[in-house]
Design a protein around this ligand. Structure first.
Ligand SMILES: *Cc1c(COP(=O)(O)O)cnc(C)c1O
Length: 227
C-alpha cells in the first residue's frame, strides 16, 4: 500500500512531459509488482544479474532501463530485452551494445552519461569526450545501425547544497541544448535523464525530461552492493 501511495504522490508532482523511471535496485519482486499493479511500467536497475533475474520473473510488458555502470563484457546478458541504457560513457561500450543488439535483431536506445558532479567517483563523459563521440556518429559510415542515441544522463554531486546541484543540472541542460540540433541516422537527443529522490523537483525545473526515483517510492535501501 505504501508503495502505491508513494508512487501516486510522485506522479502527481511530475509534469506530463517528464517520464518516471522507478528505480527498483535491491528491492524484491513483490515491491515491483505493487508498483506495477498501480500502473508503473518503467523500472530502473543497476546490476546486470539482478535485472536479468527480475526480467525473467516479472511481467513481459515491463520496460527495463539499465541505469548503472555497464561493463562491456556484460552487455550480452541484457541486450535481448533492455529498453534504454542510461550510462553509456565510451565508444567501446557503444560498439559492444551495437554488436549485441545486432545479434538479437534489435535496436537498443542509449543515453550518454555526462560527468557533471564534483566527485571523482562518478562515471561519465567530459564535454570534449562527448563531442568526439558525436563527431564519430555523424560520419555516415559509422555503421552502427543497432543503437540509437536518444539523449543525455547525469548525476549531480551528493550534497545538500542546492545551489551546487542546480549549477550542475543547468550545465547538463546547456550541453543538451548545444548538441540537440545534431542528427544522424542513429542520433537524436530528445531525453534528458536527471533527477533522483532528493533532487528531482530541481532537475525538472532545470529541464529534465526523465527522472530516476528509487527510495521515495520503495523506501530506503540497505547499503549498496559493490558493482
Ligand atoms: C540508485 C539510483 C537512482 C535512484 O536513487 P534514489 O535516491 O533512491 O531515488 C537514480 N539514478 C541512479 C543512476 C541510481 O544509481
Amino acid at each position: 500500500m505504501e508503495i502505491e501511495k508513494n508512487l501516486k504522490n510522485i506522479t502527481r508532482r511530475i509534469p506530463e512531459h517528464v517520464a518516471l523511471v522507478a528505480v527498483s535496485k535491491t528491492k524484491p519482486n513483490s515491491d515491483i509488482m505493487e508498483a506495477y499493479n498501480a500502473g508503473q511500467r518503467v523500472f530502473g536497475e543497476n546490476y546486470v544479474q539482478e535485472m536479468v533475474e527480475k526480467h525473467e520473473q516479472l511481467p513481459r510488458d515491463i520496460q527495463w532501463h539499465f541505469i548503472g555502470h555497464l561493463q562491456s563484457n556484460k552487455v550480452k546478458y541484457i541486450a535481448p530485452f533492455v529498453c534504454l541504457i542510461h550510462g553509456v560513457d565510451s565508444l567501446k561500450l557503444l560498439k559492444e551494445i551495437d554488436k549485441q543488439a545486432k545479434k538479437n535483431d534489435r535496436v537498443i536506445k542509449c543515453l550518454f552519461q555526462m560527468h557533471i558532479a564534483e566527485e571523482e567517483t562518478k562515471f561519465g563523459l567530459s564535454e570534449n569526450e562527448l563531442e568526439d563521440i558525436l563527431n564519430f556518429l555523424r560520419n555516415d559510415d559509422n555503421e552502427m545501425a543497432n543503437i540509437k542515441i536518444t539523449g543525455l544522463m547525469g548525476m549531480a554531486t551528493f550534497t545538500d547544497d542546492e545551489k551546487q546541484i542546480k549549477k550542475e543540472f543547468q550545465y547538463l541542460k546547456s550541453v543538451f541544448d548545444k548538441y540537440k540540433q545534431l542528427q544522424a541516422s542513429n542520433l537524436k537527443l530528445e531525453t534528458l535523464s536527471m533527477g533522483m529522490s532528493g533532487d528531482y523537483q530541481l532537475a525538472i525545473d532545470c529541464g529534465s525530461t526523465m527522472v530516476r526515483i528509487g527510495s521515495s517510492i520503495f523506501g530506503t535501501r540497505k547499503a549498496p552492493k559493490a558493482n
